[in-house]
Design a protein around this ligand. Structure first.
Ligand code: AKG
Ligand code: FE2
Length: 221
């Protein structure tokens, strides 16, 4: 692993994609565990006004809140933490982890920033880990606006509009994307039930409620 290269790419583009970071067997086990949770918890967690305004159609699950962690295989390995050290060189801490489920036929997620970009030094880092393949057939590719972590506030506009400089990516099982929370990103419409997982971290001394407000093109929520 070339940590210097990871550091430089992250701070240049706002994200780094590492394929084959986690082994299939662990991903399969976690995928099964997450699906089991969502089989019995399919009610929409957001109200209709939120969905209409933000165009984010997903059900989140915060396993730590249920005392149902058990995803240590992802955020404990030395290589994972070492990569984060390489990106957040002045220290960092874990925030929380979140599992997301989008039903087949749902609209994905609109362009957003995970937290307001008022201060360039106050941001969250996403570790997006994919426990199954995202393909042309499943839909649900992630779209990231390269270098947008330097661009300030997401401009007002259409929730799923193509922007020049965007990168469309279909993560394979075992991929991790390290993504700066100020970097604009969205998820394309979903054709087959989709799971994604996000382990969030922040630079040392960042307020813990940093991700309470998410920035969409037409609203903050
Ligand atoms: O599900 C994804 O691929 C992206 C999720 C996302 O935007 C987030 O967790 O902040
Ligand atoms: Fe996000």
């Amino acid at each position: 692993m070339n940590y210097k290269n990871i550091h430089d790419r992250f701070w240049d583009q706002g994200f780094v994609i590492l394929e084959g970071f986690f082994e299939d067997e662990m991903m399969d086990n976690y995928n099964r565990k997450i699906l089991q949770h969502f089989e019995v918890n399919r009610q929409w967690a957001h109200d209709e006004e939120f969905i209409a305004k933000s165009s984010a159609e997903l059900i989140p699950w915060f396993p730590d809140n249920d005392g149902d962690g058990g995803f240590d295989g992802i955020d404990q390995p030395p290589a994972f933490n070492r990569t984060t050290d390489a990106i957040l060189t002045d220290g960092w801490q874990n925030l929380y982890c979140m599992m997301m489920f989008s039903e087949a036929g749902s609209q994905g997620q609109a362009w957003h920033q995970d937290c307001p970009p008022d201060n360039r030094l106050t941001f969250n880092l996403n570790w997006l880990v994919y426990t199954h393949n995202i393909t042309e057939e499943t839909g649900g590719a992630i779209v990231i606006m390269s270098e947008a972590h330097k661009a300030g506030l997401l401009p007002v506009g259409k929730s799923q509009e193509e922007l020049e400089g965007q990168v469309v990516f279909q993560p394979k099982k075992g991929t991790v994307i390290f993504l700066h929370g100020h970097c604009f990103h969205r998820v394309l419409p979903v054709m087959a039930d989709r799971i994604s997982t996000n382990f969030r971290a922040v630079p040392e001394d960042t307020p813990e409620d940093i991700t309470d407000i998410c920035v969409y093109r037409n609203t903050k929520y």
